[in-house]
Design a protein around this ligand. Structure first.
Ligand code: ATP
Ligand code: LTN
Length: 334
């Protein structure tokens, strides 16, 4: 590893990603990967916290691997791997569970939301989700963790657990910093702009998937919910149009105020088409590249294999240190 700080992040292979995931996470992964020793996981164990069709989970795992690569993550420069291929994640979770209190987990917003959404399957792993996430991050001694705004609370818990462990057993973990980027960190639904855009939304018009073709993207933006006046400005009273401005600004790399100026006096209809076209222009080459990559599963397997080998080496070092600190007798070698 080069003498740089370490970056870790992960995404769940729980479905086809949306432009929310792209702007909140993947786009920043690419931007930051060269400035850090970068490690990107597919959080497949996290995905099991809600019911999955096994066949879909397998398919989505390859989809996400291909998407990582299509978005510009480079397996030569960054470590790309599946969480379940590196057993230390589950092992460190057990140890961190010993310094985590149930009350801390039951008040997590995501746990409360998902408990309502999956009322027939509120399982222990769903509650323990943030501890597995803390293990992901702390195993690699990560300094920086790029995520969307919805993950901020989990990052705070990670920091608390790292500090608590360090206080109890002596300096062991680096306490990581979140990286949450501005107005693109929380992209909202196109049909209910007061809700987060989510890949698991039952209404397909609520989100733009990374698999949507250009004509579909433009059509969905034309239908996006806005308000009845015609001012293209950011305002808390205008969540729909604010969301579209944020999306347009992020995809064209313009500032929000430049976008407001660009569309001053224009009609919503014209603006919505411009947003759709700007999004499609970025997404379409990624989609094409992903299709190409998906046709070579053995290449994707080889990327995950070499990523897991490198990840295991780093994770093993931290886990040995942790086991020693808590007083577990190391196994005799040979
Ligand atoms: P689900 O919608 O199925 O609950 P999710 O998309 O929220 O899942 P992940 O796939 O694990 O969950 O999210 C991956 C990354 O995308 C995380 O960093 C998350 O913060 C970010 N993200 C998710 N939704 C949005 C959004 N609407 N806007 C910005 N970032 C987002
Ligand atoms: N819970 C995250 C995905 C995730 C993650 C991580 C993100 C799992 N482990 C470690 C950053 C660091 C989510 O985005 N829903």
């Amino acid at each position: 590893m080069e003498n740089k700080k370490t970056l870790f992040s992960a995404v769940q292979p729980s479905g086809i990603l949306t432009i929310g995931n792209y702007l909140g996470a993947l786009k920043n992964f690419k931007k930051l990967q060269d400035d850090y020793n970068s490690i990107f996981a597919l959080a497949d164990l996290h995905t099991l916290t809600v019911r999955q069709e096994p066949e879909n989970l397998r398919k989505n795992t390859y989809e996400l691997t291909a998407l990582y690569l299509a978005c510009g993550l480079d397996p030569e420069r960054s470590i790309i791997f599946a969480q379940s291929h590196v057993p230390m994640h589950a092992e460190l979770t057990w140890i961190l569970n010993t310094v985590t209190y149930p009350g801390e987990l039951s008040r997590m917003t995501q746990f409360k939301d998902k408990s309502i959404k999956h009322v027939d399957n509120v399982n222990m792993a769903l509650m323990d989700y943030p501890v597995l996430m803390a293990s992901d991050i702390l195993l690699y001694q990560a300094d920086l963790v790029p995520v969307g705004a919805d993950q901020k609370q989990h990052l705070e818990l990670t920091r608390d657990l790292a500090e608590r462990f360090n206080n109890r057993f002596g300096e062991t973990f680096i306490v990581p910093e979140p990286y949450i980027s501005g107005s693109a960190a929380r992209i909202m639904s196109l049909t209910e702009p007061d809700h987060k855009m989510s890949k698991s939304d039952a209404n397909l018009n609520a989100f733009i998937s990374m698999n949507d073709e250009p004509s579909v993207i433009v059509k969905k933006f034309k239908r996006a919910v806005t308000d009845s006046d015609n001012k293209i400005i950011v305002s808390p009273e205008k969540p729909g149009i604010t969301n579209l401005i944020n999306i347009y600004a992020a995809f064209t790399e313009k500032t929000v105020s430049d976008v407001e100026k660009e569309f001053e006096g224009k009609m919503y209809g014209e603006f919505k088409v411009a947003v759709g076209e700007a999004v499609a222009e970025v997404i379409e080459p990624i989609r094409q590249e992903k299709i190409k990559l998906l046709s070579d599963k053995s290449y994707l397997d080889s990327v995950l294999k070499s990523g897991a080998d490198r990840a295991k080496y780093l994770a093993g070092k931290t886990l040995s240190k942790v086991y020693k600190k808590v007083g577990l007798v190391p196994p005799v070698r040979g």
